[in-house]
Design a protein around this ligand. Structure first.
Ligand code: BGP
Length: 484
């Protein structure tokens, strides 16, 4: 397969790293913050997962975890970014970051999610974070909702099951758009919006056994998020015409496991189920294949008059996505399932896997970029990609050549896709500093260029150490991707 000798990234390419409030901040109940969905997620060991990850809570688990205020949930610790953001942003600046992706914790701004008046302490925390970024010429890229539905909205409405949550989200988004209109240009509405149909609690604060129609609730909630996203895109542009608002999809290129036409069709259908979300958010309409899917699966979506026009009128400005792995599907063999953070497929014998069993497929990223660009013709932004691995500290050093090689190969394929013609505007690797895992709440699943001395129970000095990959990524950014 011919590969370019020199990979060329466009001038102004947005290099950086991506995080989420619930995985880094800690201080889960400081300065008026309310609890959010992620504060109640328990620690899940590898043995407990047995290859499948549950990111949903039953009513019983929810009530139980809610009463437990002793902090046994490691996510609540984060990595103390709330108090150490200056030190951390300085490290990102040293690597030359052009952009830093964070989420605003909704429950820091509106502790229950539905108040009228925002919590000033929450707002001023993000003021300080953005100011610190700008001190070094780093653009913040802000996710409005990264699995952080406030617990108040879960209790009152069962989260995004209810249409009423749209108004509260719009109020929250409008508040932060106004407040940060001169500090933030790039916004994402819902992190990995497609997760809501896989894991309604994580994606939308929905407790399944409370849902009126458990079969339809994921897609119904997705509809509410589409409407919310369109409304805030409209408002964002009214507040500042320079704002760029993107959607965010968990993307895994889905391959047919064999060349049996039945498998080709299956892969096409699975890809459509994944891309349905961006079809709505970028093209502004429900695709016909979903009408059939809904009918065949007994899914009923309630739309209000005017919803379709709204979706059509306010599509997003760019498409962002996470990419960790590809998936294979086949009707033929029932081989072991491959793992992924949220989606499972079948083992692809051509691919190696990470310590957590996620298949590593850099070429799949090139395929994904090319497919997305051909389908949508809008700017693309890879806002998550990285390798979760165990790291060893030896004499204060971390030799993470495995991470460097993972990232190098993925970045190389981004360069190839750019040369294939895809319009790619940026790349933020996941977890530039070690953080708490989303799916397992582990600390030992590390993604960072910067090591954080903390174990799975939240114990450690929290000292930050530069890994070998820190110096490597610095070189990559300084050479605008020429030196890999
Ligand atoms: C994505 C989430 C992130 C993140 C990442 C890695 O799906 O948007 O929040 O954590 O996956 O997953 P994990 O932390 O489970 O390794």
């Amino acid at each position: 397969m011919p590969q370019s000798q020199t990979i060329l990234f466009p001038e102004g390419f947005l290099w950086g790293g991506a995080t989420a409030a619930n995985q880094i901040e800690g201080a889960y109940n400081s300065d008026g913050k309310g609890l959010d969905a992620q504060d109640l997620m328990p620690f899940v060991t590898k043995e407990q997962r047995k290859g499948r990850i549950s990111m949903d809570l039953t009513s019983e688990q929810f009530e139980h975890n809610l009463k437990d205020e002793v902090g046994v949930y490691p996510k609540r610790f984060g990595i103390d970014f709330y108090h150490r953001y200056k030190e951390d942003i300085k490290l990102f600046a040293e690597m030359g970051f052009k952009v830093f992706r964070i989420s605003i914790s909704w429950a820091r701004i509106f502790p229950k999610g539905y108040e009228q008046e925002p919590n000033e302490k929450g707002l001023s925390f993000y003021d300080s974070v953005f100011d610190e970024c700008h001190k070094y010429g780093i653009q913040p890229l802000v996710t409005l909702s990264h699995y952080e539905t406030p617990v108040g909205l879960i209790k009152k409405y069962n989260g995004w099951e209810s249409r009423e949550v749209i108004d509260h989200f719009v109020h929250y988004a409008t508040t932060v758009f106004n407040r940060y209109k001169d500090k933030v240009k790039y916004w994402l509405t819902f992190n990995e919006i497609n997760v809501i149909t896989k894991s309604p609690y994580t994606g939308g604060g929905i407790i399944l056994d409370r849902a009126k129609d458990p079969v339809s609730v994921g897609y119904q909630a997705a509809h509410h998020q589409f409407v919310a996203s369109a409304l805030v895109t409209k408002i964002a542009h009214e507040i500042n015409s320079d704002f760029c608002v993107g959607c965010m999809l968990a993307r895994s290129e889905i391959y047919p496991g064999t060349n049996d036409p039945v498998d080709i069709l299956l892969a096409q259908q699975e890809n459509n189920l994944n891309l349905f979300f961006t079809d709505v958010q970028v093209r502004g309409e429900y695709p016909a294949y979903m009408t059939r899917y809904f009918e065949e699966n007994g899914i009923h979506i309630h739309k209000k008059t005017g919803d379709d026009e709204l979706l059509k009128s306010y599509p997003v400005d760019f498409l962002s996505f996470s990419y960790y792995t590809s998936l294979s599907v086949s009707t033929h063999h029932d081989t072991a399932a491959s793992e992924g953070n949220l989606f499972q497929g079948q083992v692809n014998p051509y691919l190696e896997t990470s310590d957590w069993g996620w298949q590593i497929d850099p070429i799949g990223l090139r395929v994904a970029l090319n497919d997305l660009y051909v389908r949508y013709r809008v700017p693309l932004f890879i806002v998550e990609n990285g390798l979760g691995a165990y790291d060893k500290v030896e004499n204060g050093q971390i030799h993470d050549d495995y991470r460097i090689s993972y990232l190098r190969e993925h970045i190389r394929q981004i360069g190839e896709a750019i040369q294939d013609g895809a319009d790619v505007i940026g790349y933020t690797s996941w977890g530039p500093i070690d953080l708490v895992s989303m799916s397992t709440s582990e600390m030992s699943k590390r993604y960072g260029f910067v090591y954080v001395d903390q174990d799975d129970e939240g114990k450690g000095t929290l000292k930050r150490l530069k890994k070998d990959s820190f110096y490597w990524y610095k070189k990559v950014i300084a050479s605008n991707g020429r030196e890999l």
